[in-house]
Design a protein around this ligand. Structure first.
Ligand code: COA
Length: 149
């Protein structure tokens, strides 16, 4: 698939947080707070990126990379910008950064009901490695996935 036209991926800055929070709140039942994103900006092993189009934040990914394991902690795309390959682009970037940091594995957790996200991860070479039972709100299972980078 071709990269979406006009999308630029760059490191997240504190000026992006307002727009990021807006997308986060539209995307998750238990959204991360401002403090979560501030700490991602400050943490030594965290690498948050935004996808920007026409100067507007369309999506973001928070990557953590520590020794041999990297993890996708959070990823979302603004509802009106979905289905254009932006998440795929963000994930491709996260995979490249994980490699650069010399991680061997990139892992993530996803709700078992999030069929389209799971399909996207599988398309990018992630495989299911387990299930964390009742992980979300004590009710929904998490699928654990990883990709060798
Ligand atoms: C999951 C999520 C990040 C995907 O973002 P996205 O930018 O829509 O993802 P992509 O466009 O890269 O790929 C998703 C779909 O668009 C399709 N697509 C990608 N590029 C396309 C294009 N140029 N034209 C048409 N369709 C395209 C893909 O085939 C894929 O289809 P499918 O979902 O029907 O299988 C987004 O839905 C989201 O923010 N969801 C809420 C938060 C969430 O669930 N995050 C993941 C938690 S683990």
């Amino acid at each position: 698939m071709q990269s979406p036209p006009g999308i630029q991926i760059r490191p997240m800055t504190s000026e992006d947080i307002e727009q990021v929070l807006h997308i986060e709140q539209a995307s998750f039942p238990l959204p991360w707070t401002r403090e979560h994103f501030v700490s991602e900006l400050e943490a030594r092993h965290s690498f948050p990126y935004v996808a920007v189009t026409d100067g507007i934040v369309a999506g973001y990914v928070c990557l953590m990379s520590l020794f041999e394991e990297a993890q996708i902690l959070d990823i979302a795309v603004a509802p009106e910008m979905r289905g254009r390959g932006i998440a795929q682009e963000l994930l491709g970037h996260a995979i490249a950064v994980a490699r650069e940091k010399e991680a061997e594995l990139l892992a993530l957790e996803v709700r078992v009901s999030n069929i389209s996200a799971i399909a996207l991860y599988e398309r990018l070479g992630f495989v299911r490695t387990g299930l964390r039972q009742k992980y979300y709100e004590g009710r929904e299972d998490a699928v654990l996935m990883e990709k060798r980078v």
